[in-house]
Design a protein around this ligand. Structure first.
Ligand code: AMP
Length: 544
């Protein structure tokens, strides 16, 4: 017997309809690429997104076609998202930090028909245009006055492109399982693979992120997503903020400490989300200028593990709650969050910090477990294994079947992360499966050693890779990028680590480099480091 409730397809156009009707005057503020701060509202975004839809239809773009954006977070970017998705056109977010060959591969693989680009990225596209075969037109996200001379096919400024179009167009009306968004993962090996979000998964992810222990956004919040819309949907904020009626503050291209601080203060931001490197820049700015945060209440930090120093500075000095988040492109992206449970009532401050440094618990809608040799590992907070995940907004496969079947017999996706889960359900990432160092049959977490090492005086970035050892198979090599003006020695660093990590986790050597390479998403590029140190031999390997 079926239930007798309305069938209300879960399509994302309903989110912008809701925002325009119920929170129409709520602002979306952008630091524009052209320079000035631009203010718009959900009502305006709704209207202009409808014009985008009509302009797309006039270009012959239809349900299921892909159009791409190469753009920072901005009000215009929101209009393009909703204008395309509302018609069941797939919005493909291109990551400008990818290598040019990867961009070429992705645009061709996705068969993008239009690329919307910020002015910033014109040089990238001009250089690649002859290889971007499926693209029939480029729309530059600016107005006539700021439109430069440009040799891209059909290039037109965005304002002129939407100007002549009306707002009369119907959104939705297709199956909720229709594709809505496409985002390629920047895998370190092989070609990037496309994660194809559906309307249903995006709406369910939105509802999931609105839970109190997740982002818990409300209509009184002012949210500044530093996390880009081109990387896993800005952690869903471009959908959850309008759903909640929260004001949005878009940083555009400027993510340095001073620029972010200015927006946090002038726009009275209450909640923000970014990767640790961005927060590091903000904290350095606060320390250097002796500034305070007057409205910010909470920051979500994820993408890589939160260093203890960042957690403590925010919580202890600036009175800002830190929410540690784990996720990936394939998980839409939020998978677990470090919100404390009821046992926090009896915890000391330090115990709370220690717990919050873990990657956290899954909200309703996400299931996780740890597998060791295919068998579920105990939830004891100690046993490492492969972290697998299943849920309402988790990828079931990659675009065009790349990578084959990615689910196990129970429908779980292997994240490629190695983790523990404790008795309270808190997951802790101990490594990427390919980065874990296998020493004498035991596993050493490169991330744990890096997190401690980065706290040593004079260290800017720390990375650990495994190197061949004749007796132990692999032993850790610690690579340090010193802070500006500092020159710590190997002995200083090892002395700092002593007692803070297990003895057998101690790196066998420390090497110094001018800059540790970062990948397209700001994470340490271990593949590049492994290449740099390909011919390096550990002193302990030579000795044994
Ligand atoms: P991406 O798909 O590019 O967003 O990368 C996802 C990967 O980033 C995950 O599989 C993890 O390896 C890593 N990651 C994300 N969040 C965290 C976190 N809070 N702590 C440690 N690693 C993280």
């Amino acid at each position: 017997m079926l239930g007798l409730m309305q069938n209300w397809p879960l399509t994302v156009d309903k989110i912008m309809d809701h925002a325009a009707i119920n929170h129409g005057r709520r602002e979306v503020v952008t630091r524009s690429v052209e320079g000035p701060i631009v203010r718009t509202t959900y009502a305006d975004i709704h209207t202009r997104a409808k014009k985008v839809s009509n302009a797309l239809l006039a270009e012959g773009i239809k349900l299921g076609d892909r159009v791409a954006t190469l753009a920072w977070n901005s009000g215009r970017h929101m209009e393009i998202w909703y204008g395309a998705m509302g018609l069941g056109i797939v919005l493909h977010t291109l990551n400008p930090r990818l290598f040019p060959e990867q961009l070429v591969y992705i645009v061709n693989h996705a068969e993008d028909k239009i690329i919307f680009t910020d002015l910033t990225f014109l040089p990238i596209l001009e250089a690649l245009k002859d290889k971007l075969n499926p693209v029939q037109r480029y729309v530059v996200m600016t107005d006539k006055d700021h439109m430069p001379a440009c040799s891209l096919k059909g290039a037109i400024d965005y304002e002129s492109w939407i100007d002549s179009h009306g707002t009369d167009v119907t959104w939705g009306g297709f199956d909720e399982n229709t594709a809505a968004g496409l985002c390629y993962t920047s895998g370190t090996t092989g070609n990037p693979k496309g994660v194809l979000y559906s309307h249903r998964s995006n709406v369910l992810h939105t509802l999931l992120t609105m839970q109190k222990d997740v982002m818990g956004l409300g209509a009184r919040d002012v949210i500044l997503p530093v996390v880009p819309m081109f990387h896993a949907n800005a952690w869903g904020v471009a959908l959850s903020a309008p759903a909640a009626g929260a004001k949005m503050v878009m940083p555009g291209a400027k993510m340095d400490g001073a620029s972010i601080y200015e927006l946090l203060e002038t726009e009275h931001v209450t909640f923000s989300a970014a990767v640790p490197t961005v927060w590091m820049m903000l904290l350095q700015h606060l320390e250097a200028t002796n500034s305070k945060l007057s409205t910010l209440k909470k920051v979500a930090i994820g993408g890589s593990a939160v260093p203890e120093r960042i957690m403590r500075l925010f919580e202890e000095k600036y009175g800002v709650e830190v929410l540690h988040a784990w996720g990936m492109t394939e998980t839409s992206p939020l998978g677990t969050l470090g919100s404390l449970g009821p046992d926090a009532d009896t915890m000391t401050h330090d115990e709370k910090i220690k717990t919050k440094l873990k990657q956290g618990r899954p909200p309703f809608g996400v299931e996780i477990k740890i597998l060791r040799d295919g068998v579920e590992a105990p939830r004891d907070g100690e046993t490492f294994g492969n972290l697998v995940v299943r849920g309402a907004a988790i990828a079931a496969g990659y675009f065009k079947g790349e990578g084959g079947n990615i689910l196990d017999k129970d429908g779980f996706f292997d994240t490629g992360d190695v983790a523990t889960i404790d008795a309270a359900g808190f997951m802790q990432i101990t490594d990427r499966a390919k980065d874990v160092i296998k020493s004498g049959g035991e596993w050493i977490s490169s991330i744990d050693v890096e997190n401690v090492a980065v706290g040593a005086p004079g260290v800017a970035v720390a990375a650990v890779i495994g190197k061949y050892h004749p007796k132990w198979d692999e032993r850790p090599l610690l690579i340090i990028e010193p802070a500006k003006g500092a020159s710590p020695s190997k002995e200083d660093i090892l002395g700092y680590l002593d007692g803070k990590i297990a003895k057998w986790w101690m790196p066998d050597d420390v090497q110094f480099v001018e800059a540790i390479p970062l990948g397209a998403t700001g994470k340490i590029n271990k593949l590049a480091l492994r290449e740099t140190f390909a011919n390096y031999e550990l002193p302990t390997a030579k000795a044994s």
